[in-house]
Structure formats: C-alpha cells, structure tokens
Unconditional design. Structure first.
Length: 199
C-alpha cells in the first residue's frame, strides 16, 4: 500500500546479511567474542555462530570486552569499529600490546567501506575486515579460516615448546655424560700416578 500523500516514507535499513545460506562445515566448540554496541547486531551474529556450534560471548562496549577477555581468553574476536568511548581500533591496539592477548585473531566488522578504516584496522592488528552487509557463507568461511590458522599456530607453539624441552633435556644428558667421562678420566689418572708413585 503506497504511503499517504505528504507523509515521509520509512527509512530503509541496510541488512546485516544478504543471504541466508548456512555453512556446511560445523564448527568446533571454539569461543568467539562478539563486540558491538548495537544489540541487534550482537543478537544476529550470536545466533548465527551458535547455529554453527560455536560458543559465543557478548560485549556491548570496548571496556566490557577487555574485562570479558581478561576473565576468559576467546579463540576469536569479532569487533565493530564504531563504538562510544572506546572504538574498535583502540580495543584492538590495547589487546595487541599485551602478551596474554596479542595472538588472539581479531576480525573487524563494520558498515564502513572506507579504505582508511580498513588500513587502520590492519595497522591496529586485525587479521581481517568484513564490510556489512555481507553474505553469511563468506562470513562463516572467514571465521573458520581464522580459527584454523589460530589452531595451527597453537600446534606450532606446542611443538616448539616440546622441541625446546627436548633440546634442554639432551643438553643436560650430554653435560651429565661429559661429567662422568671427565670424572672417570681424573680417577684413572689418579690411579696411574698412585701406582707409579709406589714403584
């Protein structure tokens, strides 16, 4: 039904997603933190991720996000850039300065398609930047991709730590073996000197 003459048409709100297709790959129980001061966006993203079997935490401001992360480290952060008091770039920079949180992948989600915002996001330490509206399948694939990279990084860190332990254990064993050889050599020399001293 057309609007009445002289009335102002209702504003058209851009959709968050442009399709409703679901990813075929079911995600593991990874923990994802969604940070946005728009409750509708948080609700939509949370429902979408929960359908993919992800565990979701929510934060409606940068300060709340930092407290939430301190309590429990997420595997991935979905971060809006336009927030009051503390914007997404500031949150990202703060996380990258801390050794405890600098390796958490941060994926920016924003309605801004400006090049300068994208550059800012990557300079702050973001691993990806998604512009709204976007396709659900593409969004889920990007999330899965970053989680896979993080899993591989953790596996590499574990292997490196194990290698360091192996190297340290081998060095200790070599030092112990060298000490035994040196002590045996000293004992043999002492016996030889004592034997010849009696002759």
């Amino acid at each position: 039904m057309p609007p009445a003459r002289g009335s102002t048409p209702a504003p058209q709100i851009a959709p968050l997603f442009t399709t409703s297709c679901r990813s075929e790959q079911i995600g593991k129980k990874d923990l994802i933190l969604v940070v946005d001061d728009n409750l509708d966006n948080i609700s939509t993203l949370s429902l979408l991720l929960q359908k993919e079997n992800y565990t979701v935490r929510q934060a409606t401001s940068g300060a709340i996000a930092l407290r939430t992360i301190k309590a429990q480290l997420p595997d991935l952060i979905l971060l809006d850039i336009r927030m009051a008091e503390m914007n997404g770039f500031e949150v990202c920079s703060a996380l990258k300065r801390s050794p405890q949180t600098r390796d958490i992948p941060i994926l920016f989600i924003s309605a801004s398609n400006k090049i300068e915002d994208k550059v800012k996001g990557f300079e702050a330490g973001g691993v990806d930047y998604i512009t709204k509206p976007f396709r659900i399948q593409e969004f889920l694939i990007r999330v899965q991709h970053q989680l896979k990279i993080r899993t591989l990084q953790r596996q590499l860190e574990t292997k490196n730590a194990q290698l360091q332990q192996d190297v340290y254990a081998r060095q200790r064993a070599e030092e112990k073996y060298r000490s035994i050889i040196e002590n045996a050599s000293v004992d043999n020399q002492s016996r030889w000197r004592n034997r010849h001293a009696k002759i």
